[in-house]
Design a protein around this ligand. Structure first.
Ligand code: ARG
Length: 397
């Protein structure tokens, strides 16, 4: 008598594929159900995961969560200027949703156990575990628990007729969703190693980007982008379209050292063309439409929101509180930002908004609607405390 059914978060990659026989042989489960979640990775990846899941598992589900991912996770991340150590988070945003979909299948299948193929070194294990444990399920992580290495996995896969996708020539571990693509592993683990051009899939090298710049107008309503050059898009299509356009100009590459949750430093490479453009434009529009007080406080909120999102703690009560603040703060973040994309760079050319707090009439060199003499009184008391403190010091000398 085995242990019943276990539901596995399945990507079709090496780690999650060998989990299927491991869950039967080493853990004694009778049935392994695999779940692949479409969060906007390449169609081919979803197709492979579906075919392999059907072949290797007892039951397989492929779930299309693309709209949910964009509406529930990416749009809030845009409004929060969501970034961690300077790059737009992608993997971190998708993990909780993938985990939720696995939990839903576990309920449907009457399973009390769920599994993932994460190692014990990265962030994803903690992001998955948090959601799984929140649902009161038993968590199994074979790669972590059996302390497996890549070489052992490859041998085990071959013994079990599991196609091995990573050969010696292309040893990269790639994670993809509509918002970003991450590449790690192999030679890239040497932080000094210069990444070869072949690891990139969404962006051309800035060296090969067009010699003419492209100007793009992006319209936002309440912090949400909805138009590119006056053409209306649903959020998923807008991001997909912008990934193509900005990727052509080599925008959104990132090669960095990142601090993982456990404290390990890791060498990470990212591609996120649309995210780079949208976060730049959104933040610029906030500078036109929010007050100085709002901007300064929201900066702190955004940082904390991003940290919790990175950690996958999306059910932390503080995360809900911060999300409510951020949503409320976007009421006036409506307007247009025009950017120029050129040879790996995206820069803002101009912005406008019906909610803008900018007054050309007040600030202009050429107008008299402010009586400059009124500033004399302000100036008289400007920095009064610092002046008094300084005088006090001199008095004591
Ligand atoms: N370092 C990034 C993060 O923690 C990306 C991780 C990518 N994961 C992967 N299995 N390739 O969010």
């Amino acid at each position: 008598m085995g242990k019943g059914t276990v539901v596995l978060a399945y990507s079709g990659g090496l780690d999650t594929s060998i989990c299927i026989p491991l869950l039967r042989e080493r853990y004694g489960y009778d049935r392994v159900v695999t779940v692949a979640v479409n969060v906007g990775q390449r169609d081919e990846e979803i197709r492979t995961a579906t075919e392999k899941g059907r072949k290797l598992a007892d039951t397989h589900y492929t779930i299309d969560a693309r709209e949910k991912f964009v509406t529930g996770y990416i749009l809030p991340a845009i409004r929060a200027n969501g970034s961690y150590e300077g790059y737009p988070m992608g993997t971190a945003l998708a993990r909780p949703l993938i985990a939720e979909e696995v939990v839903a299948v576990a309920a449907r299948e009457g399973a009390h156990a769920v599994a993932h193929g994460c190692t014990g070194k990265g962030n994803d294990q903690l992001r998955f575990d948090f959601i799984f444990r929140m649902a009161g399920l038993d968590v199994i992580a074979p790669i972590r628990e059996l302390n497996l290495t890549r070489d052992w996995e490859i041998d085990y896969a071959r013994e079990h007729d599991i196609p091995v996708p990573v050969g010696k020539g292309r040893p990269w571990s790639v994670d993809e969703n509509i918002w970003s693509r991450s590449i790690e592993g192999g030679m890239l683990e040497d932080p000094a190693y210069h990444p070869p051009e072949e690891i990139y899939a969404w962006t051309v090298s800035p060296h090969d980007a067009p010699d003419t710049p492209e100007i793009l107008a992006i319209d936002f309503i309440k912090g949400i982008p909805h138009r590119l050059n006056d053409v209306e898009y649903g959020p998923f299509d807008l991001i997909r379209e912008l990934n193509t356009r900005a990727g052509r100009h080599g925008i959104g590459r990132n090669n960095m050292i990142e601090d993982r949750i456990l404290g390990l430093k890791a060498r990470e490479i990212y591609e996120h063309p649309a995210a780079t453009v949208l976060l730049l434009a959104h933040h610029d529009l906030e500078h036109l439409t929010l007050t100085r007080q709002e901007l300064a406080f929201k900066h702190i909120v955004d940082e904390k929101w991003s940290e919790l999102a990175y950690m996958g703690l999306v059910h932390e009560p503080l995360f809900h509180d911060l999300s409510a603040f951020i949503a409320q703060s976007q009421e006036r973040v409506t307007g247009r930002v025009e950017v120029e994309m050129f040879k790996g760079c995206c820069r803002v050319l101009g912005r406008s908004s019906p909610e803008g707090l900018y007054s050309g009439d007040l600030v202009s060199f050429d107008t008299t609607s402010i009586d400059q003499c009124h500033a004399i009184g302000v100036s008289a008391y400007y920095g009064i405390q610092a002046r008094l403190a300084e005088q006090g010091k001199r008095g004591k000398e």
